[in-house]
Design a protein around this ligand. Structure first.
Ligand code: G6P
Length: 472
């Protein structure tokens, strides 16, 4: 029987060194949960990088065995691969380009060569396990070349690709010297998915201008196949967040945390450390609010969680410095003995505590300068089981297309963000309830499991269409 192979740069676990040994930490991310029903079934498998370098052949063999039990197979990356493919081409060329931060783009031919080489490594790892009519679902910008590499060896396989980050307009994409190879690489797939309609349009327009393939109602006509391109906005595991927020454990944590912040309105912000998230701009808006509204001093604080990420990449190091400085300045300007405006945490938190932060916060301030989807805003809404709270959301996040009942802001408009926070602080409970419950309705319906189902159904549909065409 044909099987399904999931492929992503990172496996849904990470490998950590501890006392000379390795241990696995499972990822609690939404994608891992959503795809659980797939890769854990039958002969299916998830292939990817375990997130650390392992050079010792004996240790590698051990890891392979242990991962096998978890229905996963590793692609080992060397130190050089990590520097040139992951930190280099993926995160110093593609990531900034696709998020419109062209000032951070580095065009390094060695990084490009490493990108080709590592995509090939992934291809070989898959070919060791794939049968000719398997379904292979490739995820994200680190593996744009992989669909075509697979297609060349497995012409009849069903290959799908989903991009989790934005797809930029043609004008930005064409700044990358290797844009044609990248587009041809993705076009090896039968189905190509994006979070939003706009990303999909940008992709289709770039494909048309760079490769000449033309699109008819979401289908590209390649030489001897059709390629379906569409948008599939990703959801979260809604029930998991709603259930956790109601749990006794989380509510006890809320009581404990709240006890330390009496009579204060709380604004929650949670992000990976990334310049695309607009963290300094958000701090500046909060600073402006405190400057303009002295009456809010002592009455509102921000809980800012920044999860460490890509800390070897220069632009991320600089961002960390900038945030540290801004928070330090704000807190030294405004703090009193019993009030600190910004509670800043540079680390991740266990799920129950995250859930408590969502549950106890009055406002979630989610203001990325550019974001493919953004799941934090969805997690906040799902966690507000009493339908209180206000979501302030950037128009630049893919999620804003669905969550129209949020207070939408342009993150570059500082005064607009200040006004939105002020409005949110005054919003009547009835309006909060109306907005939150309407967003909850749609998030409940289009959760991560629905997203996986719709995508997998579409793969099947495209394949049937493909077969119809070839049998004519
Ligand atoms: C984004 C990307 C993912 C990536 C994740 C964490 O969500 O879409 O592909 O895995 O960030 O980044 P990292 O560089 O740590 O894998």
């Amino acid at each position: 029987m044909a099987k399904t192979i999931i492929v992503s740069n990172r496996l849904p676990i990470s490998l950590r060194h501890r006392n000379g040994r390795f241990e696995f930490k499972p990822s609690a991310g939404g994608l891992a949960t959503g795809l659980g029903s797939i890769y854990k079934t039958g002969e299916n498998i998830w292939i990817g990088w375990p997130g650390n370098t392992v050079d010792d052949p004996e240790q590698r063999a051990e890891i392979i065995l242990e991962l096998h039990e978890l229905k996963m197979a590793p692609v080992f990356l060397s130190k050089e691969d990590v520097e040139q493919f992951y930190e280099g081409f993926s995160n110093e060329c593609l990531w900034p380009a696709f998020h419109y931060f062209t000032q951070y783009m580095i065009y390094n031919p060695e990084h490009w060569e490493a990108y080709v080489r590592v995509n090939q490594k992934f291809c070989e790892a898959i070919l060791k396990r794939a049968d000719p009519d398997d379904t292979i679902w490739v995820h994200d910008y680190q593996l744009l070349l992989l669909p075509q590499m697979l297609r060349e060896v497995l012409p009849n396989a069903t290959i799908a690709f989903f991009q989790h980050i934005p797809f930029p307009s043609y004008e930005i994409l064409r700044m990358i010297p290797w844009r044609k190879q990248l587009l041809e690489g993705v076009c090896g797939a039968d189905l190509i998915g994006f979070h939003t309609y706009d990303d999909m349009r940008h992709f289709l327009s770039a494909v048309n201008r760079i490769t000449g393939l033309s699109n008819e109602s979401g289908y590209l006509q390649a030489e001897n196949r059709i390629i379906n391109v569409d948008s599939f906005p990703m959801g979260i595991d809604y029930d998991k967040f709603a259930k956790q927020a109601k749990s006794r454990k989380t509510q006890n944590i809320v009581k404990e945390f709240k006890g330390q912040m009496i009579d204060q309105k709380l604004i929650i912000t949670i992000d990976r450390l990334d310049y695309s998230k607009g963290i300094p701009q958000r701090l500046q808006a909060f600073n402006q609010l405190l400057k303009d509204h002295k009456e809010l001093h002592g009455k509102v604080s921000m809980i800012m969680i920044v999860v460490p990420s890509r800390d070897k990449v220069q632009s991320y190091k600089e961002l960390k410095e900038e945030i540290d400085l801004l928070v330090g300045r704000m807190n030294s300007d405004y703090s009193t003995l019993n009030w600190v405006p910004v509670h800043y945490f540079y680390r991740s938190f266990p799920f129950e505590e995250l859930s408590a932060f969502y549950s106890m916060s009055d406002i979630a301030l989610v203001t990325p300068l550019r974001d493919g989807m953004n799941l934090v805003c969805k997690e906040f809404v799902a966690s507000k089981t009493d339908q209180s709270g206000v979501l302030i959301l950037s128009e630049m996040a893919g999620a804003s297309k669905e969550l129209q009942d949020a207070v939408l802001v342009n993150p570059n408009d500082q005064q607009g963000v200040v006004d939105a926070i002020y409005e949110a602080l005054q919003m009547k409970p009835a309006e909060q309830k109306a907005r939150i419950s309407s967003m909850q309705e749609s998030l409940k319906k289009y959760d991560i499991f629905q997203w996986v189902k719709v995508f997998m159904d579409r793969i099947e549909h495209v394949k049937e269409k493909q077969e119809e065409l070839t049998s004519k």
